[in-house]
Design a protein. Structure first.
Length: 702
């Protein structure tokens, strides 16, 4: 009875909590695809322990170690992927110090450390310790007042780290500093303890045990895309084949494997896959009926944001986009769960925005930006791609706009400045960036990309200028403002065609058009309003080849909305992302061609199942549906000031909830009536009016 009463209480609490959610949450319940969806709490529960002293690492050292670990896991999983670029190798020797400024004597210190080393007080060694990170207790000499405590630590395969729970030495103290053999003293980085008591760099994300929804013959269907370990109870080693599609799972010959299918013996008669797998379908070749599970890996999140509208397909597209992103959230915002499982800057430029409108999780964005740019671009471009170096700078600016993390900017600013200066050395006298001797990507499509690259370069310069002003580096801001003004002038002279009324893909090939240059000119702010009509005519025609991926289709849709073609954009979203839904997609794909049929949909990179069917850069609708239909966008960092400028097209009603650090922004529109919830600490801008929060207002849109 006690357990039954507890269950009833939990259900009642959940109902109460759900009823307290926004209209957008309530109206989108039918579209939920995530098996651990929650709009009221973080699920699965996080392993991080709040309210305790934190572990100390060097700045970006934990992140860089996790990236190296992730790369090793992709190799172990036998993924068919290359990961170009140069990435920082974490230091194996480091020091931590706390300046005490004449603190009174204390008798004892208890600490944990990753690595072996020595403890010094006022430059006198008082203790040596081995590489075991168990609790160590040392006596503090009862001499003079204490001025400095220092740890010198060496490791062989992990990042040096320390934890001191209590007392005057507690690592909760923000005054702790770190240095390596190659870098000077700087503030140490703090990471929360884990409930499992392992150091943060060793933590694993929670696994949720799921069973298939149905079985036909030897084919199991989990009902949705998952990422996790397959577990099978069997007296004999099972032979499996998995797939994001039925075609892939049923291709049991496995001539071209996209991921390792090796099974290893576990306990209690179970076999488990050596590496986590991306799958929806599982084929098991076994004599007896198998007990099948997927121990699915989920990054702990809460669906703080929500979207619903009178078009149920668009509502489903938003929800499936958010789930796509959720599966690609691990240590970093990775690109896809089947193939790369690694962070790429261009992918992140889109997935970061999707995160801002759904989960509102700044930490995963911070980690991704920090680890990707840590080694700089002197040796190679970020991810080995010149436009990804530009996207990294642009994303730093966008991160501030959506999340307002000035502490991160202070740490990153020297690397951002250095990257801008490095890129400038590759320019000609007109300020145009040379793509020679590096990979110019832009998109998986065979189109002219030169002008698109120059527009991204101008956008990166504008981003650098804004970041410099934020940090108070006025001299650098003015310098880049001048440089970007000159580049803009040369772009208009060279790349804008008055006759064609559009941006040329490459001025040296004026007859070869490019969508990318035109929609990037819109979203970067380069294009003037008198260019909108020509660009709109160009983007709404089928005479020019379409973009190659949902990644760039997302940016094109943003541009279409901003030049007034909202209804055209919505129709295109339903055709494109809705087209994937019609193919039974539960997450959105790396690329999509609606003219393809059957197995053709899954081929990529000249491999029959090379296409990723869960790719973070395809989660754009999570961001651009609320941002462009409602004009719901941050104006000042962290949403302190935001705009609302609705254009519903043919939609009868729409509801959206956007998470911010100040609370949720909530917009509901039915017909001509809009209600707007403005959180405390923010200001909403509508039709020239400033609405200061906390306030809920009703507005007649006529």
């Amino acid at each position: 009875m006690r357990n039954k009463a507890l269950l009833v209480l939990l259900i009642m609490l959940e109902v109460v909590n759900l009823s307290a959610q926004s209209r957008a949450h309530e109206k989108s319940v039918f579209a939920i695809i995530d098996p651990v969806y929650s709009s009221v709490t973080q699920l699965p529960e996080s392993n991080l322990k709040p309210g305790c002293a934190s572990w100390l690492y060097g700045p970006t050292e934990l992140e860089c170690w996790r990236l190296q670990s992730l790369k090793e896991k992709t190799e172990s999983a036998e993924l068919l992927v290359e990961y170009p670029g140069t990435y920082h190798q974490p230091y194996s020797d480091a020091s931590f110090r706390l300046k005490l400024n004449g603190q009174k004597d204390t008798n004892k210190m208890i600490f944990r450390a990753v690595g072996k080393g020595q403890v010094y007080i006022d430059n006198k060694m008082i203790f040596q310790f081995n590489a075991n990170d168990s609790l160590k207790s040392i006596s503090i000499p009862q001499n003079n007042l204490l001025n400095e405590l220092r740890f010198d630590i060496s490791t062989s395969a992990e990042p040096p780290a320390i934890l001191i729970q209590d007392g005057i030495f507690s690592t909760e103290n923000a005054a702790w500093e770190w240095k390596s053999e190659c870098e000077n003293w700087q503030p140490a980085f703090h990471f929360a303890q884990t409930f499992t008591n392992v150091p943060p760099h060793q933590q694993e994300y929670p696994r949720v045990n799921l069973i298939p929804e149905k079985k036909v013959g030897e084919l199991y269907d989990f009902g949705r895309e998952l990422f996790g370990y397959i577990s099978i109870r069997s007296p004999e080693k099972p032979k499996i084949s998995v797939g994001e599609s039925k075609y892939e799972a049923l291709d049991t010959l496995n001539n071209v494997l996209e991921q390792s299918l090796e099974m290893i013996r576990a306990e209690n008669g179970f076999w488990i896959s050596k590496s986590p797998l991306a799958l929806r379908y599982l084929h098991v070749d076994i004599k007896n009926s198998a007990d099948v599970h997927c121990k699915a890996i989920f990054y702990p999140v809460c669906y703080k944001g929500a979207f619903a509208c009178s078009d149920s397909i668009l509502t489903r597209i938003w929800m499936n986009s958010a789930y796509t992103l959720r599966l690609c959230m691990h240590d970093f915002l990775i690109d896809g769960i089947k193939r790369d499982r690694l962070p790429w800057t261009g992918d992140m430029a889109m997935s970061m925005m999707a995160n801002a409108y759904s989960f509102g999780d700044p930490e995963i964005v911070r980690r991704s930006l920090a680890v990707l740019g840590r080694a700089g671009i002197k040796e190679t471009d970020i991810n080995g791609i010149i436009d990804y170096s530009l996207w990294w700078i642009i994303a730093q600016d966008q991160y501030q706009l959506y999340f307002g993390d000035t502490t991160h900017l202070k740490r990153e600013w020297p690397r951002i400045k250095e990257a801008l200066d490095q890129l400038l050395t590759r320019c000609n006298t007109s300020g145009f960036l040379s793509p020679d001797h590096t990979w110019l990507f832009i998109d998986w499509v065979n189109q002219e990309k030169w002008t698109a690259l120059q527009i991204l370069w101008w956008w990166a310069q504008q981003s650098g200028t804004k970041l410099a002003y934020r940090i108070g580096d006025t001299q650098t801001a003015i310098r880049w403002q001048t440089i970007s003004k000159s580049l803009k002038s040369n772009l208009f002279k060279t790349c804008w065609s008055e006759n064609k009324d559009m941006w040329l893909g490459n001025p040296e090939s004026p007859d070869k058009m490019s969508r990318h240059a035109n929609f990037l000119a819109i979203i970067s702010g380069l294009a003037t309003k008198n260019q909108y009509k020509g660009i709109n005519n160009m983007l709404t025609t089928d005479k020019i080849n379409s973009v190659g991926t949902p990644y760039m289709a997302g940016f094109e849709n943003i541009a279409l909305a901003r030049i007034g073609s909202v209804q055209f954009m919505l129709n295109r979203v339903k055709d494109y992302w809705g087209g994937m839904l019609s193919q039974e997609a539960t997450t959105f794909w790396e690329a999509f061609d609606p003219t393809q049929e059957g197995k053709e949909h899954y081929s990529f990179y000249d491999r029959p199942y090379g296409k990723s069917l869960c790719h973070a850069w395809s989660a754009g609708p999570t961001a651009f549906l609320p941002s462009e239909i409602l004009g719901l966008q941050p104006i000042e960092d962290g949403w302190r000031r935001f705009s609302v400028n609705p254009n519903l097209g043919s939609l009868e009603w729409i509801s959206a909830t956007v998470p911010t650090t100040f609370g949720n922004i909530i917009v509901n529109i039915t017909g001509n009536k809009m209600t707007l919830n403005v959180p405390d600490g923010t200001i909403g801008e509508w039709n020239g009016e400033s609405i200061v929060g906390p306030k809920k207002v009703s507005i007649n849109l006529l």
